[in-house]
Write a protein that binds this ligand. Structure first.
Ligand SMILES: Nc1ncnc2c1ncn2[C@@H]1O[C@H](COP(=O)(O)OP(=O)(O)OP(=O)(O)O)[C@@H](O)[C@H]1O
Ligand SMILES: [Mg+2]
Length: 387
């Protein structure tokens, strides 16, 4: 299976937050959670420094998302570096490539096929009005394209590149929880990813996506909290007490559900909706752009609010249904994360929904994760550095 991949977006695929400090948070030594089986205070661990003669061992955190693949690594100064790729592709048959110079485009040759990858695929799809293909669907490897696994492997290999002379160590990667009320292939997905990462040379270890958020965000509350990750394919939820997951589950709706419904409602393709949604969208403001854009924005507002109401209601039902004794001694934070939560007005709306309902646990606050697009990868990195 010959695979050829040319990276053209080294700068673009750096996931930069608004300030360089946000993009490169310092690893807090005390932020490393203890093993889930040992509920003690966190062990103080620092980034490993190797003897000059020995090759450094690189541990990584990898968030394998339906829309974004995000890698977190610690640099020599103990800062976290983030890189990312959009997890999308286009089959070259779909695109008019006459005269196109493929040497300037991120692509893979797999068996007989040529696939345009990631940011280039996203840009082409929007320019030419094509529907993007995805290697993942609803948080897991897509069964729709026979090449999904190979394409995903090419992109993961790209993200896990380490400098010559360094040795691959552990790679903790995110996996979704079992979606409630729908069938899933989490076990297949987890094992395929483990195999891909192992073939690259790293020691793979899976970690629930929402639990990873608690590892990244909740050092102050002793790694106790509730996290909701509003992703593209799924919404993942975890309740964690002193670094031990008490509940982990997923709901089968996320950004893709919003995009598909809006596209259907106003008669466009989902990636056109994505482009508008990711550009200055606010839940309550529809008066931007031309007529079609304003219609998209209005429909986005309806589906966003519906998603938030659905998630809050489902969380309460699930907490209730599992009938766990959640009498935590202290109030715990509710952490909101994931790309879908970045829409303007999202935090205010979900806060209001949470305040209106009665939760079986006492919440200290409802707040955003430090960087909603990279905190899963950061939590995975923190776990991988735990020695
Ligand atoms: N600024 C923004 N405003 C609104 N939505 C956004 C913004 N940025 C990204 N998104 C949306 O967030 C989603 C991607 O978020 P994220 O990277 O957290 O998902 P993922 O991890 O790839 O998916 P999943 O966890 O479901 O597998 C997409 O639907 C994307 O369109
Ligand atoms: Mg995600």
């Amino acid at each position: 299976m010959p695979i050829h991949f040319i990276k053209t977006h080294q700068e673009e695929n750096r996931l930069m937050s608004t300030s360089p400090e946000d993009a490169m948070p310092t690893i807090q030594p005390a932020a490393v959670p203890v093993a889930p089986s040992a509920p003690q205070p966190p062990v103080v661990t620092s980034v490993r420094s190797s003897a000059p003669t020995r090759a450094p061992i690189i541990h990584l955190g990898l968030d394998v998302g339906t829309m974004n693949l995000v890698c977190a690594r610690a640099n020599s100064l103990g800062k976290i570096e983030i890189s990312s790729l959009r997890n999308v592709f286009l089959t070259v048959d779909d695109v008019n490539i006459e005269g196109m110079d493929l040497s300037k485009i991120s692509h893979a040759r797999i068996d007989e096929g040529v696939f345009i990858l990631s940011h280039d695929a996203y840009n082409f799809a929007n320019i030419f009005g094509h529907r993007l293909s995805r290697s993942m669907q609803k948080g897991m490897i897509s069964p729709e394209d026979i090449n999904s696994t190979d394409i995903l492997a090419v992109m993961i290999r790209e993200l896990l590149t380490i400098e010559p002379g360094a040795k691959p160590g552990k790679c903790v990667y995110s996996v979704p929880g079992d979606p409630i009320n729908s069938k899933s292939n989490v076990l297949y997905h987890r094992n395929i990813l483990g195999r891909i990462i192992d073939e690259i040379g790293f020691e793979p270890e899976p970690l629930n996506e929402a639990t990873a958020i608690i590892y990244a965000e909740c050092a102050d509350s002793d790694f106790s909290g509730i996290s909701i990750s509003f992703g593209a394919g799924l919404t993942n939820v975890a309740v964690v007490y002193k670094s031990i997951p008490v509940m982990e589950f997923a709901l089968g709706r996320g950004g893709d559900w919003i995009d598909d419904n809006v596209a259907l409602a106003v008669g466009t393709i989902p990636n056109r909706v994505v482009a508008i949604k990711e550009k200055d969208f606010h839940l309550d403001r529809f008066d931007l752009g031309r007529k079609k854009e304003r219609k998209v924005r209005e429909a986005l507002g309806f589906y966003y609010k519906n998603l938030i109401q659905f998630v809050v209601k489902s969380c309460l039902q699930e907490l209730d249904r599992r009938d766990l004794d959640l009498g935590f001694p202290n109030r715990i934070p509710l952490i909101i994360s994931g790309g879908t939560s970045l829409a303007g007005g999202f935090l205010d709306y979900i806060r209001a929904q949470v305040e209106e309902s009665s939760w079986p646990l006492e919440l200290s606050e409802v707040r955003y994760a430090g960087d909603p697009l990279s905190c899963v990868a950061q939590g995975c990195l923190i776990k991988s550095l735990k020695q």
